[in-house]
Design a protein around this ligand. Structure first.
Ligand SMILES: NC(=O)C1=CN([C@@H]2O[C@H](COP(=O)(O)OP(=O)(O)OC[C@H]3O[C@@H](n4cnc5c(N)ncnc54)[C@H](OP(=O)(O)O)[C@@H]3O)[C@@H](O)[C@H]2O)C=CC1
Ligand SMILES: Nc1nc(=O)c2c([nH]1)NC[C@@H]1CN(c3ccc(C(=O)N[C@@H](CCC(=O)O)C(=O)O)cc3)C=[N+]21
Length: 291
């Protein structure tokens, strides 16, 4: 392997340490940040993340509130719970784990969360604020990926960045953040032509496709920085969207899966909860936790 390994796991640990220090300082003022996580149904992967979020929330010194609802819960009941969390002063952040069961309207549920408490940054107001350069809650996975990129490269200005994937939760907000940092951004998706050649022009590749080992080693420009967002469960265990073994021979730096973007997502969720708590109490944004 020639590429530098971007150690998201240890970067996230450092981030959580700083968040814990900010949290301790807030608690001295009598403010304890609180994060509510709502899980509908019993998807095993979602259960793992929710448990992991709860544990890390408590380790950081914040209050963690978990709400588990059966898969057949009527949407009105979930909306009522969101309404209750919106009004609860002990709750500064609300995360409704996605995907929701098919009978629910995801957009309606997300947009029922108070934008100030929308620590996922999925509410339409936060999406619009990010797109127009206003103060927003920024989605956790793109925020964590941006932090790793800045740490690795310093400035992203003028770099050719290719985002593969155009979902509302990863691809699109990732592209917005890269654009804010003055990268030249291309978004690829399932209809993109000549993706391998396009990828060979990219100084920065963000893979958020959801297909194991989709990005091949010979698609990578020598020296490029590769951020692998993919989480795919296979017979060989958890793997990313990038053929890591081959790409790490060519790239300048690359994130592993596991231990790359995943831990950053959870750390940024805590960062957003702290930011939301600061804003709710008229305090300045904690430094280094917002883009
Ligand atoms: N590490 C973390 O913290 C997180 C990881 N993830 C992981 O990231 C991955 C992406 O998640 P998410 O964005 O929600 O996924 P989605 O399924 O919502 O989006 C996948 C995107 O990939 C595109 N795509 C599919 N096939 C191709 C192809 N052959 N060529 C080019 N593009 C293609 C799709 O294009 P089109 O729009 O045309 O269909 C779509 O835009 C998943 O593995 C997920 O598990 C997600 C969130 C957090
Ligand atoms: N409202 C909402 N917000 C989300 O942020 C959200 C969501 N719904 N639904 C599901 C996806 C996925 N996601 C991950 C979080 C942590 C890891 C993570 O910590 N991964 C570890 C491995 C963990 C394991 O072994 O499974 C790693 O990559 O090292 C991965 C994926 C957040 N998501």
């Amino acid at each position: 392997m020639t590429a530098t390994l971007i150690d998201g796991k240890s970067f996230a640990a450092g981030l959580r340490q700083r968040i814990a220090e900010h949290t301790a300082a807030m608690k001295e003022r009598g403010i304890t940040p609180g994060l509510a996580v709502v899980l509908v149904g019993e998807d095993p992967a979602s259960q793992v993340y929710v448990r992991s979020k709860g544990k890390q929330t408590r380790e950081t010194g914040m209050n963690s509130f978990e709400h588990r609802l059966p898969a057949d819960t009527p949407e009105a009941e979930l909306l009522a719970l969101v309404g209750q969390l919106n009004e609860d002063p002990a709750v500064n952040g609300i995360l409704v784990q996605l995907p929701l069961p098919g009978h629910m309207d995801e957009a309606a549920v997300i947009n029922a969360i108070r934008p100030e408490k929308d620590v996922d940054g999925f509410h339409i107001l936060n999406v619009g604020r990010l797109a127009t350069g206003q103060k927003a809650m920024v989605p956790c996975t793109p925020l964590g990926s941006l932090m790793l990129l800045r740490d690795q490269l310093g400035s992203l200005s003028g770099k050719n960045a290719l985002v593969i994937g155009r979902s509302n939760i990863v691809g699109k907000p990732m592209a917005q953040l890269l654009l804010r940092d003055s990268a030249t951004v291309t978004i690829a998706h399932s209809r993109t032509c000549d993706l391998p050649d396009l990828c060979r022009t990219a100084d920065i590749v963000i893979a958020a496709v959801g297909r194991a080992h989709f990005v091949k080693g010979d698609w990578i420009k020598p020296g490029a920085t590769v951020i692998d967002v993919g989480i795919n469960r296979t017979d060989d265990g958890l793997v990313g969207d990038v053929d890591f073994a081959a790409a790490s021979q060519v790239a300048g730096a690359i994130t592993p899966v596991p231990g790359g973007v995943g831990p950053m997502t959870i750390a940024c969720l805590l960062a957003n909860t702290l930011t939301a708590t600061a804003r709710a109490n008229g305090l300045p944004d904690p430094e280094g936790l917002t883009p």
